[in-house]
Design a protein around this ligand. Structure first.
Ligand SMILES: Nc1ncnc2c1ncn2[C@@H]1O[C@H](COP(=O)(O)OP(=O)(O)O)[C@@H](O)[C@H]1O
Ligand SMILES: [Mg+2]
Length: 328
């Protein structure tokens, strides 16, 4: 058996510049609940805090019991706290429109008399497009710098990793695009009789895009500014998920803040009349806690009990926050 060496609150104290906080883990382990409890706790300490969801399947409105869809909305009865479920559909439509404009411009530039629609369809009709639109949304929020702290209720694990991997791929892609754009531009200038120099909006866009992605990556890989916390239960599958996840994040150079163990049965509540079913579950959890200490010793930041009700509404979020930030 081991103990928590650096608690959640100590971690926060040791990272005074912390600005981007994420929670990852298997579905249903309590990511949204932890994100909400953390945002409320940080706001309570005077930080202007935005709790944001880029996940197309939102749950913040349910968590806070008020609608926070479509715009950053002040959370009732909580100072310094805003919450925001990003409208996925709107984002996608906007991105499509932007892409359409760029393609139309390009077709005109290249003297190609094809309708832009076919290109737009093939550029946007793939599953990665939605994710990439969500990623850009997140980057927009991050770079606007309107809040002291951003707590993101992330998409399920595999997506989050892809999103982060994407910032690297984006950069490579844009570099390549820029190169061919510049070549095309030089060629066109050479061939041009008029010799008049045109502004190239596509080139400008790509340059700006690369700059923004670079900035985002810089921040997301800065251990002073960013922390990903991984939530698990004392059960085999959620442990396997975060083990894999933490490995990926190390590979990507993205800072791992630590591990939060949720829904642990309170042994002190057990009496003589405890049913066998509960005793068995406690024993199962004990076994998996051993694995957790073996694998994540030094990285466990908090252990939260299984409450007798869901984590929903401010009073329960406060209670969860107390457990998450206990001992400091
Ligand atoms: N410690 C806890 N005790 C009791 N219920 C919890 C606890 N943590 C989370 N829950 C509940 O478990 C469910 C799943 O949590 P949620 O935060 O939505 O998970 P995720 O975002 O990882 O899918 C929700 O109903 C939530 O209220
Ligand atoms: Mg969730």
């Amino acid at each position: 058996m081991s103990n928590i060496t650096t608690s959640m609150s100590q971690y926060i104290e040791e990272h005074p510049e912390l600005k981007y906080v994420f929670f990852g883990g298997k579905g249903g382990v309590g990511k949204t609940a932890m994100a909400g409890a953390t945002a409320l706790w940080l706001a309570g300490r005077g930080k202007r805090t935005l709790l944001a969801s880029t996940n197309p399947v939102h749950s913040l409105s349910g968590l806070l019991e008020q609608s926070v869809f479509g715009a950053p909305t002040p959370v009732q009865q909580a100072e310094n706290l805003w919450a925001y479920e990003i409208d996925t559909r709107e984002t996608i439509e906007r991105s499509k429109k932007e892409i359409r404009e760029k393609i139309q411009w390009f077709l005109k530039f290249a003297d190609i008399s094809t309708k832009a629609d076919d290109f737009v369809e093939s550029a946007t009709m793939n599953p990665a497009f939605e994710e990439s639109a969500m990623f850009e949304n997140m980057v927009d929020l991050m770079l606007k710098d309107e809040y002291d702290v951003y707590v993101f209720d992330t998409a399920p694990t595999a997506n989050a990793r892809r999103l982060l991997g994407m910032s690297k791929i984006y950069s490579l892609w844009v570099d390549k695009m820029l190169k061919s754009r510049e070549e095309a531009r030089t060629l066109r200038e050479m061939l041009s009789f008029t010799k008049k120099k045109e502004e190239d909006p596509l080139l400008g866009y790509l340059l700006q895009f690369r700059q923004r992605m670079g900035q985002a990556r810089e921040r997301l890989t800065d251990a002073g500014k960013t922390a990903f916390f991984f939530v698990t239960l004392p059960e085999a599958l959620p442990i396997a998920v975060i083990t894999r996840f933490i490995g990926w994040f190390h590979d990507f150079g993205i800072p791992v803040g630590g591990v939060v163990v949720n829904m642990v049965l309170d042994k002190q509540a057990l009496g003589d009349g405890t049913p066998e079913f509960v005793l068995n579950r406690v024993q199962m959890q004990d076994e998996h806690m051993k694995t957790i200490w073996e694998k994540f010793d030094g990285s466990v930041r908090a252990i939260l009990p299984l409450f007798d009700q869901e984590v929903r509404g401010l009073p329960m979020l406060r209670q969860a926050g107390q457990a998450l930030f206990a001992g400091g």
